[in-house]
Design a protein around this ligand. Structure first.
Ligand SMILES: [Zn+2]
Length: 161
């Protein structure tokens, strides 16, 4: 992981913060071209009741509509939290390239346990259990405390509602 990777992961953490402020679960992601240009960014949009509105699947769909297979293969997806299995599969189906994440699904599971949350109904599989022989890097410890705090605030808000 290099300085550019860390810079993009920091942007993903900012997007996760924006998600939280708009009532969504705190996850943010962006798509970088093979030339290093940020093409698309988004955050989780599950607040309206559609639990599949994750930014990584939005990226996969955007890439399928706008990029050639070669451009997709050279692109990198940065994300504040490791892809869930739905998004990992979407990433694989459209043939995107490298994945770099800031916090792992295992980490999130540990944090939710510390907050007192019940385990989710979808297994938090690592990306490598969904995608074979993919270039995947993470986690980034420098962002762990910041992301944990976003998830803590989100859990507390949901527990109070
Ligand atoms: Zn997902």
């Amino acid at each position: 992981m290099n300085d550019q990777d860390r810079q993009h992961l920091t942007r993903c953490a900012e997007l996760a913060g924006a998600a939280l402020r708009s009532g969504n679960d705190p996850f943010g992601s962006l798509l970088m071209s093979g030339a290093g240009e940020v093409l698309f960014e988004d955050h989780n949009r599950t607040a309206d009741g559609d639990a599949t509105q994750h930014p990584e699947i939005a990226i996969a769909r955007w890439a399928a509509a706008h990029l050639s297979p070669e451009q997709r293969a050279r692109a990198t997806v940065y994300t504040s939290g490791e892809h869930c299995l739905m998004c990992a599969a979407a990433h694989g189906w459209v043939g995107l390239g490298r994945i770099v994440y800031a916090s792992s699904s295992r980490q999130l599971t540990e944090w939710m346990g510390e907050f007192g949350a019940q385990p989710g109904r979808v297994n938090p599989l690592p990306i490598q259990d969904v995608l074979r022989e993919w270039s995947v890097e993470g986690l980034e410890p420098a962002l762990s405390a910041r992301l944990r705090e976003l998830h803590r605030q989100n859990f507390r808000r949901q527990a109070e509602s």
